[in-house]
Ligand binder design. Structure first.
Ligand code: SAH
Length: 221
């Protein structure tokens, strides 16, 4: 297969199938045209195992191994939209690279994306995919994301794709003043998506909607 066919896909990964998903996201309330365009551009079928590629443009989360999942397209779009709603940040820190799909969406919208993942094997696969797509404005690191990435802080925005039990103060401190962090918080089936905005000496937060994410775990694997 040529690189072009690989990226545009055939059959169940064809442009028409992909367009149906974008339509669905718009109907579900995603309004930002730049976010819809990024979702249209990034070939999600390259971020899952070949055996699951035919389901890549369904609006559902899919397994990526190591007990983890690639987030549902609606959730990726919603979180990205919430992150950019207060103006386009220059740099974004993502906690939980996973498949690298959300990373790729962010990379097509902001100048530089920093993304950290605690499972080395997932990070290696994500790195290959991002290289294949020639996304060169991404920097990846294998570490416990609960600590952020102090060397490159402060970030214009932070997106967390695994759920801590509460708002991690250490991450808020790695935001520029006025910068936003979007994250799921809570346990099991009682999680909500939250947007935190750093203010002078603290932060404000707003609850967006109920969500289901894997938990943010400590340490590396
Ligand atoms: N954005 C990803 C979501 C993957 S699921 C995607 O759409 O593919 C969440 C990811 O967070 C998992 O890969 C999990 O290993 C990772 N994770 C969980 N706790 C973490 C931590 N403390 N630091 C870094 N990554 C973590």
């Amino acid at each position: 297969m040529t690189a072009d066919v690989l990226q545009t896909g055939v059959g169940m990964t064809s442009l028409r199938t992909r367009e149906r998903l974008i339509q669905r996201l718009a109907e579900a309330g995603i309004r930002d045209p730049a976010v819809l365009e990024a979702m249209r551009k990034v070939p999600r079928h390259l971020f899952v195992d070949e055996a699951l590629a035919s389901r890549a443009y369904e609006d559902s989360a899919l397994p990526i191994g190591h007990g983890q999942t690639i987030s549902q397209p609606y959730t990726v779009a919603r979180m990205t939209e919430a992150l950019l709603a207060r103006g386009r940040p220059d740099t974004v820190l993502e906690i939980g690279t996973g498949s690298g799909f959300q990373t790729a969406v962010l990379a097509s919208l902001v100048r530089r994306v920093y993304s950290v993942e605690r499972v080395a094997a997932l990070l290696a696969e994500a790195q290959l995919r991002l290289q294949t797509l020639k996304l060169r404005n991404v920097r990846l690191r294998h570490c416990d994301g609960g600590l952020g990435w102090p060397e490159y802080a402060p970030f214009g925005a932070i997106l967390v794709t695994a759920a801590p039990e509460g708002i991690p103060r250490g991450l808020v401190n790695q935001l520029v003043p006025g910068g936003a962090m979007v994250l799921p918080i809570g346990r099991g089936s009682h999680q909500v998506l939250v947007r935190v905005v750093r203010s002078g000496d603290g932060y404000e937060h707003e609850i967006l909607e109920p969500v289901t994410f894997v938990p943010l775990l400590g340490g590396v694997a």
